[in-house]
Ligand binder design. Sequence first.
Ligand code: AHR
Length: 502
Amino acid sequence: RTARFTLDPAFTVGDVSPRLFGSFVEHLGRCVYTGVFEPGHPAADAEGIRTDVLDLVRELGVTAVRYPGGNFVSGHRWEDSVGPVEDRPRRLDLAWRSTETNRFGLSEFMAFLRKIGPHTEPMMAVNLGTRGVAEALELQEYANHPSGTALADLRAAHGDADPFGIRLWCLGNEMDGPWQTGHKTAVEYGRLAAETARAMRQLDPSVELVACGSSSRSMPTFAAWEATVLAETYELVDHVSLHAYYEPEDGDVDSFLASAVDMESFIENVVATCDHVGARLKSAKRIDLSFDEWNVWYASKWHEIENSTARDWPEAPRLLEDGYSVLDAVVLGSLLIALLRHADRVAVACLAQLVNVIAPIMTEPGGPAWRQTTFFPFAQASRHGRGRVLDVRVDSPTYGTRKYGETDLLHATAVRAEDGTVTVFAVNRARTAALPLEVTLHGLDLTRVTEHTVLSDPDPDARNTLADPERVTPHRAEGTVLADGTLGAVLEPLSWNVIRLA
Ligand code: AHR
């Protein structure tokens, strides 16, 4: 049977925040060292930034980069990461049982962002694990105060005369998780986050602050955590964070393909919790969502080796280097669709992470950089998913899943750009059957299909590797037509589709 929906510009979800296409650089494994930064690499510039990686980051279309963690931030001493490199201390990183050399720090990160281009902004996390209000303020002053104070002048003495102008700040990371250094109860964290937020706003009322929500929807404290934290911080913060990672459990690929069902209801749960707290406080303010860690992550493989002695404080070890298949890329595309479908409340989202660590970009030390399969849906969504999301209600054939019951085979959204062109993003979750699609267009002045690209492969396990870095790329679909206000297409089995209409 044919899957169908209607597009009408009178029915919209909301405008896409450019920050929806953020990513994440953590001092973890080889994300920074031999990922972003590798002095001596043939492609490294004078500052040690890999220009081959920079080119791919630009192509990926990343708009915000969260830094420096992640779990790493909960033991981070920001002052170790600034000043003359030769004076920077080597530190134990408890989060990943690694040694942090601090050769790459705040100034290097800001230089990396500037090199990506003017449309990429930092999202800086402060340590609320081992540290508190005073250190957050010191970092904020060092980073943002123009001049004339000890810390602003120290930054200038370190070579950065101009303030970094960091607007977006995370108040800690995953503080609900018992694995987090300095883990806290919701009340403890809520109070600390509130006082840190109050102080940071005293320094600069224009900062945007993200309070930690739950580290996953499956945490026993989920929703209660958000409600308690927001009761303390509601008028002081702008966003609450969400984190979610997906992988097939017990080989259940059909449920894995429907991961976005979980992501969408997670978003809806958090929206409901935020609005409930707002109602209780009789507040006119609205809290938006920062989905600042999301991805496919084969985390169960990681948990098997997590406590092995092989991880005794190495520098830049190979950690969390998942190689992504076509199946993973289709799921990631569907997660992007889920974020776009909630563009009215998801103001920030960060694909975790950017290079080597569960990443769309891989590198070999001294060798090449390449695109994983998951690179393509992200890059296409960032390029074509700008504008206003149209309200898409699909009428789709379904399939049975163990985790989510009967689920639509079609997952889709559409974004209307300022110039009136529309891009449809669609996933066919059927593993073996093509899915005919019919889209009725109302009130849209569109006459032709400018492009229909597909990511699919006869082998759903196909992936790009060091030996074969271009095994998987999107290809053009044939036979997609727009005639008399109706778009007709056939979506290949297990596929991510981008259909552009003008
Ligand atoms: O992205 C990897 C890790 O996942 C992050 O450090 C942490 O915040 C999350 O648990």
